[in-house]
Design a protein around this ligand. Structure first.
Ligand code: COA
Length: 382
């Protein structure tokens, strides 16, 4: 396999973007990448998207998006794995370059969630229809059950979860592209409106519009496009039972652990080597489960990690310096690419006030649904 680098990144702000359509969101992020890299062609395009059909009635995104950026004719493919669609688009693009099949591949993600569709019901299509959704469950409900089980099994508290939100909003307040770049106190989080007990409004990622894109090429060609290529050192993907009730332990995200093990093995690194991580905090409890399954925090310490400052900027392993899904926003198909962009910028020293000094190795973890799919990338400064 050839070594692969990310050479350019582009991203819209995330938020309720009423004047931006699905195609315009994609075009803005993709054209930013094309312009930054100074390329006049692409060999291939991948578009991560969870549900263009349900959200805005638009499927068949591959050709539509290629045409939007003046690249009709280029092979262009939509990739879907619920909220992990972006991360898996990146992985697919990685293999196309690594295999030698293509040199210049755009990996992107886009979602338009605020356009009238009932986002809660559309998102629920990523849960098990027969075993879960039929009985009335939604994603806030599923993660509330994970939270309750975590509290019962590990003594996790509402305060532990709330510190995750406080931390991620502190980080997000430093991110000009974040949907909610605001700080909240612990008290504000703990008194916010109940959504699905024990989860409250400020434990939940929002409903968002947005797009993100990165350009991949072989590492030995990367200097044509940038002075600072970032190498993709490892990638890992895994699945788990779709329904929570079918898992051995609903508090443990086994797909996250498996995808991470595969990425660490490919990269030849250990969790302790990682300097900065973006993890899938669609709900505050998810960040606690993810940092434990990724091995970033010792077993038993994950719940208290945010309160102890371990995962904050300046802490032992800064997690979600972008603000995470909680503060930056979660346009589901775009999220995995946006996570990779935060790590790309951190490793290039371009993260401004969010910069983790001296970061050399970064990890991005993106998952679908309640953890039925997960994908991990490990990036390295060259
Ligand atoms: N964080 C911070 N503030 C938020 C927010 C969030 N996640 N979501 C909404 N707000 C703010 C809004 O700006 C609004 O503020 P305002 O009154 O000052 O204008 C207020 O809270 C109410 O917003 P509204 O859009 O009416 O909220 P809602 O009740 O329709 O939706 C949630 C709130 C939490 C239910 C919704 O964001 C949600 O479903 N999130 C989860 C999404 C999800 O499941 N993603 C997939 C994960 S697997």
């Amino acid at each position: 396999m050839r070594e692969v680098a990310i050479v350019a990144a582009g991203m819209t702000p995330f938020g309720e973007l009423w004047d931006m359509s699905l195609r315009r969101l994609f075009a803005e992020a993709a054209l930013e990448v094309v312009k930054k890299a100074g390329v006049d062609h692409l060999d291939s395009i991948y578009v991560g998207n969870m549900s263009g059909g349900c959200f805005v009635g638009q499927e068949h995104l591959g050709p539509l998006m290629a045409d939007q950026i003046g690249m009709a004719g280029v092979p262009s493919t939509r990739v879907e794995s619920a909220c992990a669609s972006g991360g898996i688009a990146l992985r697919t693009a990685f293999f196309e370059v690594a295999s030698g099949a293509s040199d210049l591949v755009l990996a992107s993600g886009v979602e338009k969630m605020n356009d009238g569709a009932d986002a809660t019901n559309v998102l629920a299509t990523a849960a098990d229809q027969e075993l879960e959704v039929y009985h009335g469950i939604t994603f806030p409900g599923l993660y509330a059950m994970i939270a309750r089980a975590h509290m019962a099994a590990h003594g996790t508290t509402e305060e532990d979860m709330s510190w995750v939100s406080v931390k991620n909003h502190r980080h997000g307040a430093l991110n000009p592209k974040a949907q909610f770049p605001l700080e909240f106190t612990l008290e504000q989080v703990m008194n916010s409106t109940p959504v699905a007990e024990p989860l409250r409004l400020l434990h939940c990622s929002p409903v968002s519009d947005g797009a993100a894109a990165v350009l991949l090429c072989p590492l030995d060609q990367a200097k044509k496009y940038t002075d600072q290529p970032i190498k993709i050192l490892g990638t890992g993907q895994a699945t788990s039972a779709m329904a929570l009730a079918d898992r051995k332990d609903p508090t443990f995200l086994d797909s996250v652990q498996l995808s991470a093990e595969r990425a660490y093995t490919m990269a030849g690194v250990r969790p302790g080597d990682i300097d900065v991580a973006e993890v899938h905090d669609c709900f505050a409890i998810a960040e606690i489960c993810c940092i434990e399954a990724l091995g970033l925090i010792e077993k038993g310490q994950a719940a208290g990690a945010a309160a102890a400052g371990l995962t904050a900027l300046g802490g032992r392993i800064p997690v979600n310096t972008s603000g995470g899904l909680k503060s930056k926003g979660h346009p589901v198909g775009a999220t995995g690419i946006a996570q990779a962009i935060e790590i790309f910028e951190q490793l290039r020293g371009e993260a401004g006030k969010r910069q983790v000094q001296g970061a050399r190795l970064g990890l991005a973890q993106n998952m679908g649904g309640s953890g039925a799919s997960s994908v991990v990338h490990i990036l390295e400064r060259t």
